[in-house]
Design a protein around this ligand. Structure first.
Ligand SMILES: *[C@@H]1O[C@H](CO)[C@@H](O)[C@H](O)[C@H]1NC(C)=O
Ligand SMILES: *[C@@H]1O[C@H](CO)[C@@H](O)[C@H](O)[C@H]1NC(C)=O
Ligand SMILES: *[C@@H]1O[C@H](CO)[C@@H](O)[C@H](O)[C@H]1NC(C)=O
Ligand SMILES: *[C@@H]1O[C@H](CO)[C@@H](O)[C@H](O)[C@H]1NC(C)=O
Length: 566
């Protein structure tokens, strides 16, 4: 074919494809609880965040595997902010393609992330509908004070396919109340006498820092390294009161100064008002069990004011992408059903944890409180035996923490979140353990789950009847929300000793954790049918070895430390 006719043909193809919309993501139905109030007003301004494709996600993934796998020549040689940016930033082709689209449509994008992978555009609803093949509607939810604007379908102009990964908010419908404290949690208002160690005479015991220290061999000696830090994330207007932390330390850690406090960090206008009325159970639990376990490790409390949980998660990762000396551990006790995020958003958020892990941050999440059925038990989810994975817990680039209770032996709590992702395949670090577990599942198993998915949680820690101080009152709470900060505290203490020994911190944990099963007590009893569904409901059973209730089991601090220092 002559060059000229080839060029003519190519320009014909280009002309034909310009303006063509390609379906990016859609939903068959409105997720439970949300009710459409009709189309969004055409002239209203909507602010959209657009994720521009990173130039080398596969390269970063391979790098992270190499950095985090024991025995690798570059084991724990964590990357700098700029080294990560070299993988995450969009290519010049992607930036040109998006800028051409923006200027052709009179849009003025603002770059809103340090790595340049997120931009924000303001446009009218009618223009957003037209450019992204959407039909934005206003949705209400009985548990939301505000309405949200979403669409059941989003498309990309063909010239942006491969250059844009996510447009938000579009098809992500995050449920309100993503705190991982089951509904059955209670704050008991009477003052309780402090328990010095695990009270094994109670059916499930009262958990205090001293109990966890005794149970897992966690040292009580103060950390020494000022460059170490443990970050607690706070979403949905959860606030931690310094006065409550002080009282908690006086009651339950009288051996350390009650002046121990935390540094407040903020994204999207997040605050942390210090009136006892503002105390949140989730934030109190998270800050008290990080302070109570990670003795004198510098603590950070990141309060995010974002409009929905997905946005808050993005705010957190993009914030840390711009911090040159980030915390070494981050703990988050919030989660929602994976499907509510949708594949594109879940993938982008999960890749954010890949980037944090490669910088040497151990990202720790609670695994969910609805057993095999999503983030919370609700009666609606007992209808069939299709299991609902929780996100971010099911992201392979973080460490997901389930819950146990009891002491003789420890068993999986029935609400402990666990199962298999429908979005992320089984990562190589856990293939042997997951295959071993799948052999224990009967062939006629009535539950429906994705055998090729990433299995979670990775580990577990006690998660029921934790003694906390909230708004000046002492009480008991539980949930995987209790397990995650406790595990994060353990990792922060190990990092303190690694830094003191002149060694790199643990960073992305999972390949190391799965390579050291003897650093855990295997939990072999339990059934995660949740609180609300009948006890006979189909769910997973704990088993010898890894299982999707308790992961590899509960930590043995001395063994974990020895493996880390080896
Ligand atoms: C979009 O509008 C919001 C206010 O609604 C404003 O804060 C923001 O700066 C605008 N962004 C851009 C990219 O113009
Ligand atoms: C443990 O709990 C039981 C029952 O509430 C109580 O009688 C006992 O004094 C407690 N033991 C300790 C050591 O706190
Ligand atoms: C199961 O998980 C894989 C990823 O591991 C995914 O590609 C597939 O679509 C999932 N299947 C279902 C039914 O969700
Ligand atoms: C879960 O455990 C709680 C506390 O032990 C118990 O009250 C509840 O009945 C259990 N639910 C199921 C479904 O097993």
């Amino acid at each position: 074919m002559a060059l000229r006719s080839l060029l003519a043909l190519l320009s014909l193809v280009a002309a034909a494809s310009a303006g063509t919309l390609v379906l990016h993501e859609n939903r068959a139905a409105v997720p439970g609880g949300f009710v459409s109030q009709g189309p969004a007003t055409a002239s209203d301004i909507i602010s959209l965040r657009v994720a521009l494709a990173s130039n080398n996600v596969a390269g970063l993934e391979a790098k992270l595997t190499s950095l985090s796998t024991p025995g690798s020549s570059e084991f724990r040689q964590w990357l700098s902010m700029d080294e990560v940016k070299a993988f995450v930033a969009p290519s010049s082709e992607t930036i040109s393609a998006f800028n051409a689209f923006a200027s052709a449509n009179n849009l003025k994008p603002t770059v809103i992330s340090p790595n340049g992978d997120w931009v924000s555009i303001n446009l009218t609803v009618s223009q957003a509908n037209e450019l992204f093949g959407a039909q934005f509607e206003v949705f209400s939810h009985p548990d939301l004070t505000n309405t949200i604007t979403r669409t059941l379908s989003v498309s990309l102009p063909s010239e942006l396919v491969g250059h844009v990964d996510v447009v938000h908010p579009t098809t992500a419908f995050i449920q309100p109340n993503v705190r991982l404290l089951p509904a059955a949690s209670t704050i008991q208002v009477e003052k309780r006498a402090p328990a010095a160690s695990c009270n094994t005479t109670l059916p499930s015991g009262v958990i205090t820092p001293a109990c966890l220290q005794a149970l897992y061999g966690i040292p009580t000696t103060p950390a020494t390294q000022s460059t170490n830090a443990l970050l607690v994330t706070a979403y949905e207007d959860e606030f931690a009161e310094e006065a409550d932390l002080k009282e908690f330390l006086q009651l339950l850690r009288p051996d350390i100064p009650d002046t121990e406090t935390f540094t407040l960090l903020s994204t999207e206008g997040g605050t942390n008002p210090q009136n006892l009325d503002d105390a949140g159970t989730e934030a109190s639990l998270d800050i008290q069990y990080t302070a109570g376990i990670a003795t004198e490790v510098p603590l950070q409390f990141l309060s995010d004011g974002g409009e929905d949980f997905a946005t808050s998660l993005l705010d957190t990762t993009t914030f840390l992408d711009g911090v040159a000396s980030p915390p070494t551990v981050m703990t988050t006790s919030y989660g929602d059903s994976e499907a509510d995020f949708g594949l594109s958003m879940a993938t982008k958020v999960c890749n954010g944890y890949m980037a944090l892990g490669s910088r040497g941050i151990s990202v720790v999440f609670a695994s969910g409180d609805g057993g095999v059925r999503g983030n919370h038990d609700t009666t609606s989810v007992c209808k069939d035996n299709t299991f609902v994975p929780v996100f971010p817990a099911a992201c392979p680039y973080l460490t997901s923490v389930g819950s146990t209770q009891g002491f003789g032996p420890e068993v999986a709590v029935n609400f402990t979140g666990g199962g298999f992702s429908n979005f992320f395949p089984t990562p190589s670090y856990q293939t042997t353990q997951v295959a071993g577990f799948l052999e224990t599942v009967p062939t006629n198993f009535a539950g429906t789950f994705n055998k090729t998915g990433r299995g979670y949680p990775d580990v577990s820690v006690q998660g029921w009847n934790f003694e906390v101080v909230v708004a000046g009152e002492t009480g008991l709470v539980g949930g995987t929300s209790a397990s995650s900060p406790s595990f994060a505290g353990i990792i922060a203490l190990i990092n303190d000793q690694l830094i003191a020994a002149g060694k790199p911190v643990l960073g992305f944990l999972n390949p190391f954790l799965y390579a050291n099963p003897t650093a855990f007590t295997d939990i072999t009893i339990g059934h995660n049918s949740g609180f609300v569904c009948p006890a006979s409901s189909v769910a997973f059973d704990a088993a010898v070895g890894w299982d999707p209730l308790t992961g590899s089991g509960t930590p043995l601090f001395p063994e974990l430390l020895a493996a880390a220092l080896a």
